[in-house]
Design a protein around this ligand. Sequence first.
Ligand code: GLU
Length: 466
Amino acid sequence: MSFKQSVDFMINKALSVLDVSKGLAEAIKGCNAILEVRFPVEIDGKVEVFTGWRATHSTHRLPAKGGIRYATSVNLDEVEALAALMTYKCALVDVPFGGSKGGLNIDPSKYSREHMEKITRRFTRELATKGFLSPATNVPAPDLGTGQREMAWMVDTYKHLFPEDINYIASVTGKPTNLGGVMGRLEATGRGLAFGLREFFRHSTDVRAAGLDGELEGKRFVVQGLGNVGFNASSIMSDEDGIKVTAIIEKDGAIVNDLGLDVKAVHEYMLESGGVEGFPDAKYHRDGSKVLEKECDILMPAAFESVINKENAVRINAKIIAEAANGPVTFEADGILRERGIVCIPDAFLNAGGVIVSYFEWVRNLSHMRFGRMEKRLDELRGVQTVRAFEELTGKKIPTQIRQELTHGADELDLVNSGLDDSMRLAFQQIRSVKELNPKVSDYRTAAFVISIEKIVSSYLDSGVY
Ligand code: GLU
């Protein structure tokens, strides 16, 4: 079963509990437009040809939104499946975008910075001149193998192609903060995961149904992939929630320490040595796939799709699978895990933090002003006035720590994180209420897709199909 088929089967499962006509269901599931490009770039005097794609899955809202992936495994099926997941994800968390995804078949580690810039700028020209990149219709963002650096080149290329577009800066999100990026976007997907899991652990019945109890504190995590998402999610939850990361699986193998790994130290070690092998105070296993099956409370796949599939699903030894990657559990594995009582917290919800904060960045760019610029000092003043009023009325001094908290005016990062937290809480509350109220819905993934499909259907019905 291909990745796209797997996503479609999951959507069919959600459609089966809804009353949606066959035609409308087909309209929702199908990919709206696909661009495939092949372009030559001169690398050290030799011409190399690159193949890339951008799929626009849904345009029921515009712009269509989603990342651009650089990897040798990228292909059309993957890009289409990921574009579809973007549609459902945006609808679920009330981000008013359609879904899109792009990919370039390339191994970025084989090219210098200069070469990557040349290739990225050329790919951007292909996308922009063929109608697959603009602040109004299609807005890329980082994904596997891309980051702020690539987004900076993309937005700069777009700006030079369309200098008359006053909103050029909103043509790409996930940019560096000195180039129109919003504070908090870099770690947004990881922070969103933390907010999402905290919300899950606020509902003790859900926690007990997953075979766990208490709070996030002390929960044993196995993390697959210490890239942007895996690293930020696990280091934020280690620092702020007291989780224990007992294993980290990377490209060159896995490291295990049941007493807990220092995620930041592992990350630094990886940046220096290129892998996890040799990290002190941990046992190294060359075969990382075996460590995926290690006993833990929460397994967090944060790398590629389909890593939990019908081959290994029977051996997964976690209570919860926290889907940080897109599509890490196949449709077949999903069924096996459900039968075994292992709870999946689905990607469409749990990793939506990235696109939620991309939405904030896009809005910030269209308003041409950073968040908090108008109200921060006023906010601060209100705090000072409240403190003063309290002290005058009671004759007592407010302790310094509380005074500082009360007189802090919200800056851009505070506002972004507040909006992200709220979006994640609301989405989970909606998911669990659909699961509770609809007897035909037995899992969080189906509940999430039911919500997404209902929203997309009502947007089609309200505006008409034409
Ligand atoms: N690539 C990320 C995702 O899969 C972010 C997409 C975006 O911000 O547009 O959700």
